[in-house]
Write a protein of this length. Structure first.
Length: 152
């Protein structure tokens, strides 16, 4: 999606809400176009209300951790921007400490902690191979809960 499309999505939101605010960053969930498509679909359906990333990812890129009130435009696997979310909670814990409630809020697979662990261990191992670090479930992760704010 080009910047004009992004501007249109944000302008539509701002007009509907009667606000004037700078456009937030655009991001995708997952590490493949197919996964990004699936995860944004879950957000739009109301099933996915959380996401989790290793803290090392933020640290290695000198990116600030998410904060309550942050807004993001979420794109699908082709880069088409589909929705706007707002961070409602941020917690840090080791990967092994992620609990059933958080796995449920992530909304993926059967929403169980077992599924969450299998899927995220695989994802974090792929990330570690690309970024050149050794993955361990003792690593700190950033558990972010959010709400869908557009489309409402």
């Amino acid at each position: 999606m080009n910047n004009e499309d992004r501007h249109s999505l944000w302008e539509e939101y701002c007009a509907a809400k009667g606000i004037d605010a700078p456009c937030p960053p655009t991001d995708q969930f997952g590490d493949t176009p197919e996964l990004a498509d699936e995860l944004v679909r879950l957000v739009l359906q109301g099933q996915k209300r959380a996401t989790c990333e290793l803290k090392i990812w933020f640290d290695s890129r000198a990116i600030a951790l998410p904060a309550i009130g942050d807004q993001w435009i979420i794109a699908d696997g082709s880069g088409a921007e589909k929705c706007i979310i707002e961070t409602t909670q941020v917690d840090l814990c080791s990967v092994r400490q992620v609990d059933e409630a958080f796995a449920w809020d992530e909304g993926e697979g059967d929403r169980s902690l077992a599924f969450w662990r299998d899927a995220h261990d695989a994802y974090y191992k792929r990330q570690a191979a690309l970024d050149g670090f050794e993955y361990s479930n003792e690593m700190i992760c950033v558990c972010e809960r959010f709400k869908l704010i557009w489309p409402s």
